[in-house]
Write a protein that binds this ligand. Structure first.
Ligand code: OOG
Ligand code: MG
Length: 266
């Protein structure tokens, strides 16, 4: 770690303001070139404290950069985690206002809903499966607060791993009811299939990504708890959206989830 407590608080304020105002800022390593991933998580923890103090509730966590497609797209070679709040949740088939976001992108993901707490260290995919009440199809809407959606791992971690909105579908399945390796998914934007993939793209099994998230969140002094929703990470690359777009993630055997985007030019 390289940042002083004061610097961590200053950077958390900077990210908090950029998120609230939906304005792009330079990546944090621009001013703090020595910043590490651990520093990024200190800033993320301080950011989470600001959300909680403002009355937002942490309802889950997301694993990010868990597929090769995502790592390649973003030029980062390690997964990350971020927290999800009640106000990031959006009802399926409703609309998201793009004016509240900087440059949103969509991802198709498998969401896990936990019936039991997960261990905060040494968590395995088997323990995730035992603790999961059901899985759901999901669209995550990510939004980097960094200019040109360009960052490095310490910066994106500080920006809560680009968390912005998430949309859960209503087809619930037991995690052992679907083949978590070969389940196919199509990401459809305005009627056109923009990407296809299979769930094995996420660390071979999305349950492994949830186990990784449990351990990473544990190292931050928190825990994946009963009742929480955990996003396991984008299966394909992410796609930019604009006002007027309609997006759906169609999963084989796990249903479909849709969302619309509105804004100034819609
Ligand atoms: C970081 C967040 C990545 C995922 O599912 O891989 C993510 C980013 O790409 O901005 O949410
Ligand atoms: Mg994601």
């Amino acid at each position: 770690m390289t940042l002083s407590t004061e610097a961590v608080e200053t950077l958390a304020d900077r990210v908090w303001q950029a998120q609230a105002a939906a304005t792009a800022i330079p990546k944090l390593t621009h001013d703090h070139p020595g910043m590490t991933v651990s520093d990024g998580y200190l800033v993320q923890n301080a950011l989470r404290a600001r959300y909680e103090a403002a009355g937002h509730r942490v309802v889950g966590w997301k694993a990010g950069l868990t597929s090769r497609a995502k790592m390649r797209q973003m030029g980062v070679d390690q997964p990350s985690v971020g927290f999800l709040t009640d106000r990031m949740a959006v009802l399926e088939s409703s609309a998201i206002d793009c004016t509240e976001l900087v440059h949103p992108r969509v991802e198709c993901e498998v969401a896990f809903v936990l019936a039991q707490d997960l261990p905060a260290s040494g968590c395995t995919a088997e323990q995730v499966l035992a603790a999961t009440v059901f899985i759901l199809p999901a669209i995550e809407v990510i939004d980097s607060r960094f200019e040109r959606f360009s960052f490095d791992l310490p910066s994106v971690v500080a920006d809560n791993s680009s968390s912005a909105r998430f949309v859960l579908g209503s087809t619930a399945r037991r995690p052992t009811e679907v083949d978590r390796r070969t389940t196919g998914v199509g990401l459809v934007q305005n009627g056109e299939v923009v990407a296809t993939g299979a769930t094995a793209a996420v660390l071979g099994d999305p349950a492994a990504a949830v186990a990784l998230a449990a351990n990473l969140v544990g190292s931050l002094g928190s825990r994946l708890e009963a009742g929480m929703t955990v996003l396991s990470g984008g299966i394909t690359a992410a796609f930019a959206v604009q006002p007027g777009d309609v997006v759906s993630a169609r999963f084989q055997g796990l249903g479909t989830v849709d969302i619309r985007f509105t804004g100034d030019s819609a």
